[in-house]
Ligand binder design. Structure first.
Ligand SMILES: NC(=O)c1ccc[n+]([C@@H]2O[C@H](COP(=O)([O-])OP(=O)(O)OC[C@H]3O[C@@H](n4cnc5c(N)ncnc54)[C@H](OP(=O)(O)O)[C@@H]3O)[C@@H](O)[C@H]2O)c1
Length: 327
C-alpha cells in the first residue's frame, strides 16, 4: 500500500478556498477502535469552512496544518485493534472524528462507532452526503418530539431551507414519520422540494415566505429551522399553542431565549440543536436509503484536485442538496 497520499489542508485561520493547499502527506495509521478508509467521496458541510473561519477558535482546529471534512464514503483498507464488525474491502460511509477531520484526502482514519455498511444502491457520492446532514435532520426531528416508531401523530411541521443539505433530508424524514410538511426554499427549488414529499412549499423571497405563513393557514406544531437566523417574533404567530422550534444554527441570543422559555415554562419552545452522533442512528438512515425512502440530492461533484471549488460553493450558501468531492 502507498505510504503517502494526496490531501487538501489549511495552515491558518481564514483564507476561504484560497487558503486550501494541495499536499502529499503520510497515510495515517488506525489506532485501537479505528479503521483506515480509502476515501471514494467526501462531502462539505458549512461547519467545515466555519471552523477555518475561526468559529470554534481556539478549540478547533486542535493544530495546524489541518485536513478538514468529516463526511466520507469509501472502502475499509485496514482495521485497528478492537474492530471486528467490519472487513477489509467492505464499502462503508460515516463520520470521521469531528476534532480530527481528515476527509479531504485519499485515505482517512475513522472511529468504528459512527460508520455503517453501504448498501449497493447508494453511490459513493450519495453515501458521503448522508452522515452529518442526515443525522442533523434526524436528531432535529427527534428533539422536536418525533419518535419514528409508528406512534407519531400527523402533526404539522415547517422545515426552512428545505433545499439545503440538512433540510432536504428533514423533509423526507418528516414524511417517513407521517407529518404534514410545509417547506421553504427559493423559487428555483420549489419543484424539487415538492418532489421530496412536501405538502406545501413557500418561496422564502415572497412576503408570505418571509413571514413563514403556511398557504393553507395551518399552525406548526414543530419547526426544523435550517435557514439563517430569524427573530422569535416571526415564529411566534405561526406556531400552534405548544409549538416547538428546533434551531440548528443557534446563536448566543437564541440559546439565551431558549433558556428563558424553559425557566418560565413557556408553552412555545425554542430548542438549540448541536449534532452529537449516536451509535445506531446512521444505520437507521442507511436502512431507509436502502429501502428507497431517503435519497441524497447532489448539488455538484468536484474532483479532489478542485476541492477549492466545492469549498467556495458551500461558502456561497446556495447549494441544492450536498456538495461532493470525489477521489
Ligand atoms: N447544529 C448542528 O449540529 C448543525 C449540523 C449541520 C448543519 N448546521 C447548520 O445548519 C445550517 C444549514 O446547513 P445546510 O448544510 O443545510 O446548508 P446549505 O446546504 O448550505 O443550505 C443552502 C440552501 O439554503 C437555502 N436558503 C438560504 N437562505 C434561505 C432562507 N432564508 N430561507 C429558505 N432557504 C434558504 C438556499 O436556497 P437558495 O440557493 O435559493 O438561496 C440553499 O438551497 C447551517 O447554518 C449549518 O452550519 C448545524
Amino acid at each position: 500500500m502507498a505510504k503517502t497520499m494526496k490531501a487538501v489542508q489549511y495552515d491558518k485561520y481564514g483564507g476561504g478556498a484560497a487558503g486550501l493547499k494541495h499536499v502529499e502527506v503520510p497515510v495515517p495509521s488506525p489506532k485501537k477502535d479505528e479503521m483506515l478508509i480509502k476515501v471514494e467521496a467526501a462531502s462539505i458541510n458549512q461547519v467545515d469552512w466555519k471552523i477555518q473561519k475561526g468559529m470554534l477558535r481556539p478549540f478547533m482546529p486542535r493544530k495546524f496544518p489541518f485536513i478538514p471534512v468529516i463526511d466520507v464514503a469509501g472502502e475499509v483498507q485496514e482495521l485497528g485493534l478492537g474492530v471486528s464488525n467490519f472487513k477489509v474491502g467492505e464499502k462503508i460511509l460515516g463520520l470521521l472524528d469531528f476534532t480530527n477531520g481528515g476527509g479531504l484526502a485519499e485515505y482517512a482514519v475513522a472511529p468504528k462507532a459512527i460508520i455503517a455498511k453501504r448498501p449497493r444502491n447508494m453511490s459513493p457520492a450519495e453515501a458521503a452526503g448522508l452522515p452529518a446532514a442526515g443525522l442533523t435532520a434526524f436528531q432535529s426531528l427527534k428533539s422536536a418530539g418525533i419518535k419514528f416508531d409508528g406512534t407519531d401523530k400527523s402533526s404539522n411541521i415547517l422545515i426552512t431551507a428545505a433545499s439545503g443539505g440538512v433540510g432536504h433530508f428533514a423533509v423526507q424524514l418528516a414524511k417517513v414519520a407521517g407529518l404534514h410538511v410545509t417547506a421553504t426554499c427559493g423559487a428555483r427549488n420549489v419543484e424539487l422540494v415538492k418532489n421530496l414529499g412536501s405538502d406545501e412549499v413557500l418561496d422564502y423571497k415572497t412576503p408570505e415566505g418571509a413571514a413563514l405563513k403556511s398557504p393553507s393557514g395551518v399552525k406548526y406544531d414543530y419547526v426544523v429551522h435550517c435557514a439563517p437566523t430569524v427573530p422569535w417574533s416571526v415564529f411566534e404567530p405561526v406556531l400552534s399553542d405548544h409549538g416547538k422550534v428546533v434551531d440548528i444554527t443557534p446563536t448566543m441570543t437564541s440559546i439565551f431565549s431558549s433558556f428563558i422559555k424553559k425557566v418560565t415554562f413557556a408553552k412555545k419552545k425554542l430548542v438549540p440543536l448541536f449534532l452529537v452522533p449516536k451509535e445506531g442512528e446512521l444505520e437507521f438512515l442507511v436502512n431507509l436509503a436502502e429501502e428507497g425512502k431517503l435519497k441524497t440530492v447532489i448539488d455538484s461533484k468536484h474532483p479532489l484536485s478542485k476541492a477549492g471549488d466545492a469549498w467556495a460553493k458551500s461558502i456561497e450558501g446556495h447549494a441544492t442538496g450536498k456538495i461532493i468531492v470525489e477521489n
